[in-house]
Ligand binder design. Structure first.
Ligand SMILES: Nc1ncnc2c1ncn2[C@@H]1O[C@H](COP(=O)(O)OP(=O)(O)OP(=O)(O)O)[C@@H](O)[C@H]1O
Ligand SMILES: [Mg+2]
Length: 338
């Protein structure tokens, strides 16, 4: 059986009742500031992921997307720290595990794909040895079995001449092949969840399309969190989407609902700024103004300084709660059904 099929055993479309694989509850990641209270890069985020579902996380640079991914993997960079909240994987808390235990989760229960494959691959070791090491570390395999699994992992992600490629060093491969190797490494131990942080952003357009095809066709039924700047990528791959602004989720729903009927003015702005001739591949285009920086003190709705619908009410922070059938954190949601 191929790795991809093993990772994706459930039927499509995603059943609402699918087993809950991942639950993030009120996550807060803080960086200390010398003068006053810490800067919250992630500020009270809830995520629920069910088996076979792909959740997209989108939002401007600095909104906290990567910090969520790093929190799941237990590698928030110091001096940053998870100061509140819980993360549970298949019912087991993983946010408070000792380093030895979280290492067992990383690369085994949770597979990671980073934006730049060179961050995830060791440049001085062959592709095969890195794949085999991961397979051996987390499974009771002979070297021969591990090599076979490494070969299969490369073959499954569409790497031609996979047997020979096991002997290659990362720098000997093209950017596209390197990203495939990263994906093979993420999948080799059949993880419960794949976390992909901007997996196509560093690639040129043609390669990007090929890697997208890999995600769309072969990983379609995986349980995955996909972080992306590209709403088109999210539209092609994700079942649900969470829009982030300044460390918080401001709107969430099925990809169809959010893209066809955005409610938060920030989401409306993101979509409105997309050129109409290219609606199928909308990229996030900056909205006038800047998101708050680590030095700003945010009161109320963090988006209100940039929002044309803001009123004095927005000085009080809107919670992410059901507004017309879908969670939106806004006092003045747009669109129909509110
Ligand atoms: N080492 C650090 N010290 C202080 N602040 C940090 C550190 N690393 C990240 N941050 C801050 O945390 C916030 C969230 O960063 P994060 O990398 O999660 O953003 P992102 O949404 O992934 O952005 P991008 O789209 O650019 O990847 C940012 O405002 C960033 O400045
Ligand atoms: Mg990031």
């Amino acid at each position: 059986m191929s790795i991809v099929e093993e990772v994706a055993p459930s039927a499509s479309p995603v059943p609402e009742t699918g087993e809950r694989v991942l639950r993030v509850n009120d996550l807060v990641v803080e960086f200390p500031r010398p003068d006053r209270s810490g800067f919250r890069a992630v500020n009270g985020v809830d995520i629920e992921l069910r088996r076979g579902e792909t959740l997209g996380i989108v939002g401007e640079s600095g909104s906290g997307k990567t910090m969520i991914a790093l929190s799941l993997l237990g590698i928030v960079p110091l001096p940053g720290k998870i100061i509140e909240g819980t993360i549970s994987l298949r019912g087991r808390r993983i946010d408070n595990l000792p380093p030895r235990e979280i290492r067992k989760v990383r690369g085994n229960d949770i597979g990671i794909v980073f934006q730049d494959p060179m961050t995830g691959l060791n440049p001085v070791r062959t592709v095969g040895s890195q794949l085999m090491e991961s397979a051996l570390r987390h499974n009771n395999l002979s070297r021969r079995e591990a090599e076979e699994r490494a070969f299969k992992a490369l073959d499954d992600v569409g790497i031609p001449a996979a047997r020979e490629r096991l002997k290659a060093y990362p720098h000997e491969l093209s950017g596209g092949l390197r990203q495939r190797v990263m994906i093979a490494l993420a999948l080799i131990n059949h993880p419960s969840v794949i976390v992909a942080d901007e997996p196509t952003t560093a690639l040129d357009a043609t390669i990007q399309a090929q890697i997208l095809d890999l995600f769309r066709l072969r990983l379609a039924r995986s349980t995955m969190i996909l972080i992306t700047h590209d709403l088109g990528v999210a539209a092609e791959i994700c079942d649900r989407i969470a829009v982030m602004y300044a460390g918080r989720i401001v709107e969430t729903g099925t990809i169809e609902d959010v893209l066809s009927n955005p409610r938060h003015p920030y989401t409306v702005g993101l979509l409105a700024a997309v050129p109409k001739f290219d609606v199928r591949r909308p990229k996030l285009v900056p909205i006038p103004g800047q998101p708050p920086t680590a030095d700003d003190v945010v009161r109320g709705c963090a988006f209100s300084p940039r929002c044309s619908f803001a009123t004095p009410e927005c000085e009080e922070r809107p919670l992410l709660e059901d507004r017309g059938g879908r969670p939106v954190a806004c006092w003045h949601p747009r669109g129909s059904g509110v």
